[in-house]
Write a protein that binds this ligand. Structure first.
Ligand code: FNR
Length: 185
């Protein structure tokens, strides 16, 4: 049987009814057998503060351990004011330290942005592509995926019902699975 790769799937929104969270759950269901997506919200990650670096809080250490134990990282994010939400930047800052020992290093990385609006959160995804090189592993460049109009994509139970979107997610997951395989041989 093929190895199953564990993927920390980071959700960039804290909102209870978050579309981003629903997309992350849909991805976990649609993922091929070779990927096991761990949907990870950021409620428990305290503010990064350089004063605490010598004695890091337990929540920072737990997040770093989780990243280090994974075979890849998948960011699923909304766009806030043409960038990424502050909670996501905070988590990236926490995971990126200590200096030179980022827990994201070497992890094949995917980026999925979304928005109920027309532009699919593309600026948030582009900002991640600016932030991550240097502290992450290789970033999957193609296909790009910026999901627009996600507001009517789910039923009342939060299940993804929009078929066109399911297809796009599936195609992305196939490409990402091959990418993860390449860097976990
Ligand atoms: C937004 N929203 C938004 N949408 C977008 O497409 N581009 C943007 O720049 C912004 N900016 C923005 C800033 C702030 C502070 C908020 C609260 C919202 C709208 C956003 O896409 C919408 O609220 C989503 O529903 C947020 O994602 P979740 O929580 O549904 O995952």
């Amino acid at each position: 049987m093929a190895t199953s790769h564990s993927i920390v799937t980071i959700v960039g929104s804290l909102r209870k009814e978050s579309f981003t969270l629903k997309i992350a759950h849909a991805l976990a269901k649609l993922a091929p057998a070779s990927l096991k997506l761990q949907v990870t919200t950021l409620h428990d990650i305290s503010f990064f503060n350089q004063d605490l670096e010598a004695t890091p809080p337990a929540d920072w250490l737990a997040f770093r351990d989780k990243l280090q134990a994974s075979n890849g990282v998948l960011f699923v994010t909304p766009e806030y004011n043409r960038s990424i939400p502050g909670v996501l930047k905070n988590a990236i800052d926490v995971g990126s330290r200590p200096y030179g020992k980022s827990s994201f290093l070497g992890k094949p990385t995917g980026i999925i942005s979304n928005s109920p609006g027309p532009l699919g959160g593309v600026s948030a995804a582009k900002h991640l592509q600016n932030i991550l090189p240097g502290i992450s592993g290789p970033i999957l460049g193609q296909p790009e995926i910026h999901l627009n109009g996600v507001g009517d994509a789910f039923d009342e139970r939060g299940e993804l019902t929009k078929e066109s979107l399911q297809k796009v997610l599936q195609q992305y997951l196939e490409a990402y699975a091959a990418f993860v395989e390449r860097f976990n041989r």
